[in-house]
Design a protein. Structure first.
Length: 641
């Protein structure tokens, strides 16, 4: 037992916890002596097998790498608690092999001496951009949390900076501290629509085709080869007592109904009456939802993921976080998160397993980053390969899109690793600029690999192409947001910038990426029906990216008006910029100011997109009102400059 310095409470050490681990299943089967090494015992590491054990409390099989990830997280939380309470960072409070200690070593290797590390920790302990919003007209102890990766945390800092310069804005409440009001009482029509007559086969096939060439390309949940038989089952039972269906027919009916609901939601962007059709299909599917999600099977996981896709379009019609939690747990129980080496698994089943897992992973991670929450699928336990071979040459246009979607999954994995370091700690880490430059370079290496595929002579525009374009630009904003948050927080006072904040900079790339994101979604919303861009699905995750891009643009305008912080580039390719050399031989890159000559056109596009979002999701009208207010006050001040 050990006594923690900060709290005085007694806790079991990590060494004692690991000694309590039971013998892994492989060593038990081979009747070998098993050690307690993490993340896997030596015999499993030598045999290149996953090290698992049976947890009698949870009644399920768990990998030791999962226990290792929990101990790492416990170590990070203990380290944060100790430093917040004024103690010193005792390495014994951190779990063996913890990522936090290796993270400190990485920073040390980036030209930080011991005193600089202590200053870095001291500054970090004072800064947090996570926000808690009070739910209006509810219990005062009920809060909504948004982490610093969320667009709403950026909205708060932009609002505070705008009010500091222009006074109180008329619509938003004046900033008074770390707690804010969040109005969740905007009604949304949930009335039960009467069942319409059985839709014609042509209508169902049209919606299924729309789904297969849009949402299913990106997420890969459904097998197109089985669609025809499932349509027959749906048409045969539509309008009957569907709640009594069981087995295969229940799954087939549910899948077609949910696919039509998702496709109708997508189509409602051009034809609004399809929003009603979407709800009708959804109500039909719910009759057998309990039947199709009650077992442990790939089909049940597929049904959960279809529900997730629908709730991404209509977030008030289901608890998306709970659905994702169920889906993640089921995926681990089904063991689709890793390569089992099953020699009896055929190629079709293997590709289906990989597509379903990585489709789930990308949805769960992007939504988690939208809220600023950790993942239910820790990277330590993932060994599943990507659906497509990332290094193979393109075979045909459809397979090219398949490859590009797999590259997009790899980008989400890169973002998740950044999220754990940049956003997950309880206090905001003040990382050196070299760390951001390295991550920016990682994104550019990824983009160059994707550009090589897109440059193929027979390449056509498709879902994979657009997903990669959107993913790259939003990832740049995702990486640069902490720098913008710090810059906005430092310039909200009219006094001089504090001396300890000499590392505060404004990344130019975030403005360029935000403008490209707005241009991308502007094309999506104005694309004609039936084109690839017109078929591209718009969900609440898309709304998050639009909010983030519009607020990033406004943040750059406010920082340009302030003018006290330097504009820098994170790119290593600085040939296009002028450079100077000081007396000590250090090279300084002179980044030219941002060209705001077309800012009114860009801002009008932002307003149009925010208006589209507010019309589709009434609860998002607040960001529209906030941006409209700043558009009317901030841009004229920039024009005068």
């Amino acid at each position: 037992m050990e006594e923690t310095a900060a709290t005085g409470t007694t806790a079991i050490s990590e060494a004692e916890l690991t000694r309590l681990l039971p013998t892994c299943q492989r060593c038990r089967r081979l009747r070998r002596k098993c050690d307690t090494q993490l993340p896997a015992c030596r015999l499993c590491q030598k045999g290149k097998a996953e090290c698992t054990f049976f947890d009698h409390a949870l009644q399920q099989t768990l990998p030791r790498s999962y226990v290792h990830s929990l101990l790492n997280r416990l170590g990070r939380l203990r380290a944060v608690q100790i430093t917040i309470n004024g103690g010193t960072l005792d390495q014994s409070a951190i779990a063996p092999g913890n990522n936090y200690s290796s993270h400190v070593r990485n920073i040390s290797s980036a030209s930080l001496d011991l005193q600089q590390q202590q200053d870095w920790r001291a500054r970090s302990n004072k800064v947090s951009f996570d926000k808690h919003f009070a739910l209006e007209d509810a219990n005062p102890t009920c809060w909504q949390f948004f982490g610093s990766s969320s667009a709403y945390s950026l909205a708060v800092e932009v609002l505070v900076a705008a009010q500091a310069r222009f006074g109180k804005l008329t619509h938003p409440e004046n900033y008074a501290g770390p707690e804010f009001k969040l109005n969740l009482n905007i009604p949304e029509s949930l009335e039960h629509h009467e069942f319409r007559p059985c839709p014609p086969r042509e209508e169902v096939e049209m919606l299924v085709n729309l789904y297969t060439r849009s949402s299913n390309v990106i997420n890969g949940y459904s097998d197109n080869a089985d669609i025809a038989a499932e349509i027959d089952t749906y048409l045969r039972h539509q309008g009957s007592a569907v709640k009594y269906l069981t087995g295969l027919e229940a799954h087939q009916f549910f899948r077609i109904a949910m696919i039509c609901a998702i496709a109708s939601s997508n189509k409602s962007r051009q034809q609004p009456h399809y929003a009603t059709e979407s709800f009708n299909y959804y109500v039909e599917a719910l009759q057998c939802a309990e039947e199709v999600t009650s077992d442990i099977s790939i089909e049940a996981l597929q049904s959960l993921l279809l529900l997730v896709l629908y709730v991404f379009s209509y977030p008030r019609r289901g608890d998306v976080w709970k659905l994702l939690d169920y889906a993640c747990r089921l995926s681990v129980e089904l063991n689709i998160h890793c390569e089992t080496g099953d020699e009896y698994e055929d190629e079709k089943s293997r590709q289906r397993r990989r597509s379903i897992f990585w489709g789930l992973y990308s949805l769960e991670r992007t939504f988690g980053q939208h809220l600023g929450r950790p993942s239910d699928l820790p990277e330590e336990i993932i060994t599943a390969e990507y659906p497509a071979n990332l290094t193979a040459g393109p075979v045909d246009p459809s397979y090219t899109q398949y490859m590009l979607v797999s590259h997009y999954y790899r980008l989400i994995y890169l973002r998740s690793e950044i999220f754990r370091v940049l956003y997950l700690p309880a206090v905001a880490p003040d990382l050196p600029r070299s760390w951001y430059e390295d991550r920016f370079e990682d994104f550019h290496v990824w983009r160059n690999e994707v550009a090589h595929i897109i440059a193929a002579p027979d390449h056509i525009l498709g879902m994979g192409t657009m997903q990669c374009e959107m993913g790259f630009n939003t990832s740049i904003n995702f990486l640069c947001q902490p720098l913008l948050l710090r810059a906005l927080a430092a310039t909200k006072d009219a006094d001089a910038i504090p001396s300890q904040s000499q590392e505060l900079v404004i990344p130019r790339e975030s403005y360029d990426a935000a403008v490209k994101s707005i241009e991308f979604y502007d094309r999506i919303f104005h694309a004609p029906e039936g084109t690839p861009e017109g078929d591209y699905p718009v969900t609440i995750v898309s709304a998050h990216y639009i909010h983030q891009a519009t607020l990033t643009i406004m943040a750059h305008v406010l920082l340009a008006l302030d003018g006290r912080l330097p504009l820098v580039t994170l790119s290593r390719d600085v040939e296009q910029f002028s450079r100077t050399v000081d007396q000590e031989g250090n090279v300084h890159v002179e980044v030219p100011p941002i060209d705001f000559s077309n800012i009114y056109d860009i801002s009008e596009a932002c307003l149009n997109l925010l208006n589209h979002l507010a019309n589709r999701w009434s609860g998002m009208v607040g960001i529209l009102d906030l941006y409209k207010e700043m558009h009317e006050k901030v841009l004229p001040a920039l024009a005068e400059r």
